[in-house]
Design a protein around this ligand. Structure first.
Ligand SMILES: Cc1cc2nc3c(=O)[nH]c(=O)nc-3n(C[C@H](O)[C@H](O)[C@H](O)COP(=O)(O)OP(=O)(O)OC[C@H]3O[C@@H](n4cnc5c(N)ncnc54)[C@H](O)[C@@H]3O)c2cc1C
Length: 411
């Protein structure tokens, strides 16, 4: 029987490792994408000579700042397939990593406030249903049955006309996902180096050969840039200009409340989404600064917007206090779909950038296929629509339409 002292004894999820001068694979970025890729490289492909370099602490970027909403009802079939597989991976990871990722299968309700939004919902539902994914159109009364706090009268500035309900979605705990993946990767032999900042990328004869860091030079045969909002700046170190713009997104939580919101609810017209955390707080976000920038400072304009928007369609939230606010970077591409590609500009260089505000839900599944891409040096079919070449060939992925239907912000 476990004694109290066993529970009180501090345990480490992973042990620090010495920095080696050479690795087979170096991954820049200790977020969910870098850690998931490292985990699958080691676990599935037996490639254990891997280092994840993180300049601050793991989860410092978007992976530790997001609102952890997961769903699969994107706009295009290519995205829906990937995100659906991603949704199904969470319970597998809970078992595999032996870590409670706190998956709450609440379902997601997107609200439509115009004919155009209803038409867009119909298209998204059609795509999802065609691919066997549950998603349905609800009338306002059905929306209120799901979320009794919704005001479905004509009073709000944007009266609710319909809802798109997606039962498989929900939320997780983002920190738990980061820690679990780090634990899993390290258990398979991956080195996770925190406080190691990449300051230069070395190339020779059209091949990546290593990186310069604040802790010295490291050689590698394969290099993954998985640095979230900072990925595009890293690419400029080797002359690669990506069609990616970092923007600031903000989020906040209220004081804890008794449970009343059992679903993720979002509205494009209001530019807002909200979920109730297991602690009872209302976690809400959506606002994105319109100009390209690298700040992670919240703004007063955002607090005002969020308070006004939320209380207009859920008036029960009036007088509730916001307790904490934060911001992070979203690396946006013109079609709001990510870039996953191999041997970009240089042999041995693998890119995973441009996830915008969709990158949490896709983290582990992207990692699974990025690991396959690195291990086999071939692009897996399921991620092939997300290559950089699409921007040169005018084959945009079309997720902008998917996001616009929600008002350009939905997580
Ligand atoms: C407020 C907010 C809400 C969001 N909500 C959602 C949501 O509900 N659902 C969803 O799916 N997505 C959401 N997102 C998006 C999601 O968080 C990101 O897409 C995702 O976390 C990206 O993960 P990543 O591992 O690619 O990058 P990150 O988590 O950003 O990790 C990149 C890491 O690289 C490190 N790094 C950068 N430069 C260097 C360098 N030179 N050397 C070493 N390390 C470096 C950084 O410190 C960072 O830790 C949200 C984002 C924000 C900011």
């Amino acid at each position: 029987m476990a004694m109290l002292r066993d529970y009180l004894r501090p345990t480490r999820l992973w042990a620090p490792a010495p920095i080696k001068p050479h690795y087979q694979v170096v991954i820049i970025g200790g977020g969910i994408h870098g850690l998931a890729t490292a985990y699958f490289l080691a676990k599935t492909h037996g490639i254990r000579d891997v280092a994840v370099l993180e300049r601050h602490y793991i989860g410092f970027g978007g992976s530790g700042r997001n609102t952890a909403i997961v769903r699969a009802n994107q706009r295009t079939a290519a995205s829906v397939r990937l995100y659906d597989e991603g949704l199904k991976l969470w319970p597998v990871l809970v078992d595999e990593l032996d870590f409670n990722l706190m998956f709450f299968n609440s379902g997601n309700l997107n609200l439509a406030h115009s004919e155009a939004a209803v038409a867009a919902f119909r298209m998204a539902i059609g795509t999802a249903n065609f691919l066997g994914i549950r998603s349905e159109l609800l009338d306002p009364l059905q929306c209120r049955e799901l979320i009794p706090a919704l005001d479905i009268s004509d009073r709000p500035e944007h009266p609710i006309q319909a809802g798109m309900y997606h039962p498989p979605g929900g939320t997780l705990r983002h920190d738990a996902v980061v820690w679990a993946l780090a634990k899993g990767a390290a258990a398979h032999g991956v080195h996770i180096h925190q406080g190691v900042e990449v300051t230069g990328i070395d190339t020779d004869g059209g091949r990546v050969t290593g990186v310069q860091t604040n802790r010295g030079a490291l050689q590698c045969r394969q290099l993954g840039i998985m640095a979230g909002g900072y990925g595009t700046a890293l690419c400029t170190l080797i002359g690669l200009e990506l069609p990616v713009h970092p923007l600031t997104i903000q989020a906040m939580v209220t004081q804890p409340l008794k449970p009343f919101l059992n679903h993720v609810v979002s509205s494009g017209a209001y530019h807002v989404y909200a979920t109730q955390t297991l602690k009872g707080e209302i976690a809400t976000g959506a606002h994105m600064d319109p100009q390209v920038n690298y700040t992670t400072d919240p703004t007063a304009r955002y607090f005002k917007h969020q308070a006004e928007a939320l209380t207009d369609f859920m008036p029960v939230l009036k007088d509730v206090k916001f307790m904490r606010t934060w911001a992070g970077l979203a690396d946006m591409t013109p079609d709001m779909a990510p870039i996953m590609d191999a041997n970009v500009g240089f042999d041995g260089l693998y890119l995973d950038v441009g996830w915008g505000y969709f990158g949490f839900k896709a983290g582990p599944i992207a990692g699974k296929y990025l690991a396959e891409m690195i291990a086999r040096d071939q692009i897996p079919e399921i991620i092939s629509p997300f290559g950089l070449g699409r921007f040169l060939e005018n084959r945009y992925a079309g997720e902008t339409a998917g996001a616009m239907k929600y008002g350009h912000w939905d997580s």
